[in-house]
Design a protein around this ligand. Structure first.
Ligand SMILES: [Zn+2]
Length: 109
């Protein structure tokens, strides 16, 4: 099975053709995964990717956030959460103050 998405299909702007599986049996638009951490041996590496059902015409509907935790010496732990788009937006908004706190702590050192 080819991993190249069907070019006749509409894809959201955030969809990465390299990861998209629209038109295939498991038909999902996917962004390029983002990975943080894992710079040193046994460091926890966290990868986050957004999936959306490509057969669902409502682009504001549920999105799946796939989070993979990998500390390089155990089998990676993969978690998928189905979230309404507005809940996902609220989650991102809720995390922004944490970023400001961490940035302030970094400057205080
Ligand atoms: Zn796509």
């Amino acid at each position: 099975m080819s991993s190249i998405p069907d070019s006749e299909l509409w894809h959201p702007s955030w969809c990465d053709p390299e990861h998209c599986t629209a038109g295939q049996l498991a038909s999902y638009h996917k962004n390029a995964p983002t990975t943080v951490g894992g710079h040193r041996l046994f460091d926890l590496k966290v990868t986050v990717q957004l999936w959306q059902d490509a057969d669902e015409p409502d682009t504001t509907a549920v999105a799946t956030v796939v989070v993979t935790f990998d500390n390089s010496h155990l089998v990676p732990s993969i978690h998928a959460f189905d979230l309404e788009a507005d809940v996902l937006r609220d989650l991102v908004d809720a995390l922004m103050p944490l970023r400001m706190i961490l940035d302030a702590r970094g400057r205080a050192r």
